[in-house]
Design a binder for this molecule. Structure first.
Ligand code: IMP
Ligand code: MG
Length: 181
């Protein structure tokens, strides 16, 4: 494992090791597994690309049942400020009506994206929507009141790796890094 990673002009240091991450992913899977049996049906995992691809791959392979897997992208309205308002949900290929949905996120920061996505998915009349996020920054949360299943609860610092990027670089790092101040 590299102790430090440099991307462009920014220096990042190890924050959570691969081992700590694996342990956390297993813990989250366990929490979900107790809610279902191998024969449970009508369960959909919706992974939010791009950042969640690594977490989703690890988490779904720890499950004791066989959910339907969907991968979506959200297109946000462009502006000078992040509004978190979603213009379009891209890639949802089957109905989630009356199904138990798990939204799989890499990180919830301001919470604006997940808040708008949650509200929009409710229009499709799922049975319920659960939100699983590998990382959660509660200090920065400005979204609606949602119940979140978090992996690591972290302070308000920029992180890199395990799916998350800095200008699209660093997503493939096995460990999680944090910006060195
Ligand atoms: P928000 O919760 O609406 O602010 O948006 C969350 C999204 O912003 C995440 O899905 C990430 O793509 C991105 N993001 C937020 N914080 C970080 C970070 O520390 N590192 C990398 N990406 C981040
Ligand atoms: Mg994301």
């Amino acid at each position: 494992m590299k102790k430090e990673v440099v991307v462009n002009d920014k220096v990042f240091e190890v924050f959570k090791t691969r081992k700590q991450i694996q342990k956390k992913v297993k813990k989250i899977a366990k929490e979900i597994n107790v809610l279902h049996t191998y024969n449970s049906t009508e369960i959909v995992f919706i992974s939010i690309l791009n950042g969640s691809f690594v977490f989703t791959a690890d988490l779904c392979r720890e499950l004791n049942f066989l959910p339907e897997m969907q991968f979506i992208k959200v297109k946000s309205y462009k502006g000078t400020k992040t509004t978190g308002k979603i213009e379009e949900i891209i890639g949802l290929t089957s109905s989630i009506k009356n199904k138990t949905v798990y939204i799989i996120e890499d990180i919830i920061d301001t919470g604006l994206t997940i808040s708008d996505l949650y509200t929009k998915l409710l229009d499709f009349e799922p049975e319920e929507i659960n939100i699983v996020s590998f990382l959660y920054k509660p200090d920065n949360y400005k979204g609606i009141n949602l119940e979140i299943m978090p992996g690591f609860i972290i302070p308000n610092n920029f992180v890199l790796g395990y799916g998350m990027d800095y200008n699209e670089i660093g997503r493939n790092l096995k460990d999680l890094y944090v910006l060195k101040e």
